[in-house]
Every structure is written in C-alpha cells, then in structure tokens.
Design a protein around this ligand. Structure first.
Ligand SMILES: [Zn+2]
Length: 170
C-alpha cells in the first residue's frame, strides 16, 4: 500500500531547475513546475498556493512578494542542489516504494492499479515479476517497483553520505 506522505513544504521550482523538480516529486513533495511562465505568474503562485520558491534567478528573488519564501539555488548540478536544500531546509532524501506517491511527470497523486489491469500495459518480464502497480490519474503514466527504484535508492544513498565525488547528473 502507498502511504500518505505529509511533506512540510510545497515547492515552486523555477524553469531552469527541471531535474530538481523531478527529484522533489520522487521524494513525495508537492512540486509545481512549468516551462513557460512569466515571473509575475511565478510570484502569484508562490504567494497564493503557499509554495516555497526554488530558483537560480537573482532578480526574481528581489521581488518583495517572495521575501522570506525562497531559496536561491547556487549550483548547476542537481546533486548539489539537493544537498543545498537538505542543509538549508532540512528536507529528507529518503525514498522507497512505500513513500513514492506522486507522478514524476506531472505532480499528481498516484493511485493503486490492480495488477490485472496494469499487466497488459507493461513488458512481459515486468508483468511476471511485479505485483504492485500505481498509475497517474492525470497523465496515465504507470509505475512499478524494480530496478528503477533500486537505482534511485542508490543515488539517494550516495547523496545522504554527502559524498565528495559528484554522482552522474541525470
Ligand atoms: Zn502524471
């Protein structure tokens, strides 16, 4: 069963930080991200939806309305970006099958999909091995446990150890 995740913060992630947005969704955070959006519209969403702004834009954060509601991201690399917000905002970097509840592609909450319904839509080896599937009610993306999650866990473990060697940025 997918457990309800109750993140303390909701985020708005600026255009330049798409990879960071995906990671935050993987970690279960409600993360708004849009490719084409004017600065004024970003500010409105941050204020109206009580989101925390993550941006690399020094001019955007000079706006009065976002004062005290943003983190200015320093690095170009998503691993360093995650480290920065872990340090400064105290967000956890743990993920497992149980906590994954949000669509990486569009931020909607995932729903359990009965195996019988999911199996015809996945590769045969997945259908044979997996018993737990979730799907996005908005974009219809299907998720299952397996090599994908162990890869993610490995990456997050490296992050948690605060490794000095950068891990591949993807
Ligand atoms: Zn989706």
């Amino acid at each position: 069963m997918i457990q309800a995740h109750t993140p303390k913060q909701k985020f708005f992630v600026d255009t330049m930080l798409g990879k960071l947005a995906r990671w935050l969704r993987i970690l279960g955070y409600d993360t708004a991200y849009e490719r084409d959006i004017a600065d004024g519209a970003i500010v409105d969403r941050v204020v109206n939806e009580h989101r925390w702004l993550l941006t690399r834009d020094r001019y955007l954060v000079k706006r009065k309305a976002v004062r005290g509601r943003f983190t200015l991201i320093r690095s170009d690399f998503v691993t360093d970006q995650l480290r920065q917000i872990r340090t400064e905002l105290g967000i956890g970097l743990a993920v497992d099958e149980e906590t994954v509840c949000r669509c990486v592609a569009c931020n909607h909450i995932l729903e359990n999909i009965p195996p019988a319904q999911a199996r015809p839509r996945v590769p045969p080896f997945v259908a044979k091995q997996q018993t737990h599937f979730t799907g996005c009610p908005h974009c219809d993306h299907l998720y299952w446990a397996g090599t994908h999650w162990s890869h993610l866990q490995q990456q997050l473990k490296l992050l948690s150890q605060a490794a000095t060697n950068p891990i591949p940025d993807q």
